[in-house]
Design a protein around this ligand. Sequence first.
Ligand code: PBG
Length: 329
Amino acid sequence: MAHPILRPRRLREKSLLRKLVRETRLSVDDLIYPMFAVHGRGVREAIPSMPGQARLSVDELVREAKDVAGMGIPGVILFGLPREKDPRGSEAYAEDGIVQQAVRAVKDVVPDLLVITDVCLCQYTSHGHCGVVEGGTVRNDATLELLSRVALSHVEAGADMVAPSDMMDGRVAAMREALDESGYTESPIMAYSAKYASSFYGPFRDAADSTPQFGDRRSYQMDPANGTEAMREIALDLDEGADIVMVKPALPYLDIISRAKSEFGVPLAAYSVSGEYAMIRAAGRLGWLDEERAMLEALTAIRRAGADIVITYFARDAARVLERGGLTG
Ligand code: PBG
């Protein structure tokens, strides 16, 4: 054919036309920013494998949370590093634990920022696993009681939403029951439903000092080769009362995000994890790619796949670019 009639390029020539037919929009409204709380005052410890991220004492964290809210980012998800670790991770559910302190302080000073908390034991246990260890294995049912206590203590401190990331069976139901029994029927649960045993958590484990001291997490986190099983995990969490479900990591699992959105049609979050952040940052620093464009492309792809909410360490960088109208074109 000498002259094609159908020419998709017609709509690509001009920036304004491209904008008009763009199918996916990334907005600051979609983003959640993860933060790490540590004990002390005036502490700001850079995390080497996550350039631009730091562990913050509560006073510093509140300052930064104010900044985050000022940028229009709707929420943060908090992680904590305890003063001491023990086999049952007791600071995770202590009334004056680091996350509980951080939640109270942020809600006090920045009440309009949504404060979500990660509910898990691995940062708090001496063995680094996400549950109670007995006889060398992670015990599911014994862990549920502790996780419920963690969730309840976060909500009591004022958390707007709890996000269990442990991957124990039945944790959403256990937490829902614990919250309801204490009158917190209106507190939502965002479940890390399809959480894979991923090497992309490496930098986070440096940041949160949560590397397992023996073995790995493959007896509870999902096999990266499985997709149908992710749908089953999501279905179970929804049955147990999850309000928002999550796929994690995001970029290597866009197919899972897409399936989850089309099969369930419920509010869906995707966690673009530490390793995804580190890859783009590192390549950007080496001058191997344009960091800003790669960041926006990755975040847009996660939205295009079907995520409503994107949890990302790039939230502040992305908010800055979006504020000035996004990248040209
Ligand atoms: C805790 C938890 C992890 C992450 C979020 N919650 C680590 C893990 O499961 O080992 C990873 C987040 C990231 O890599 O950014 N269970």
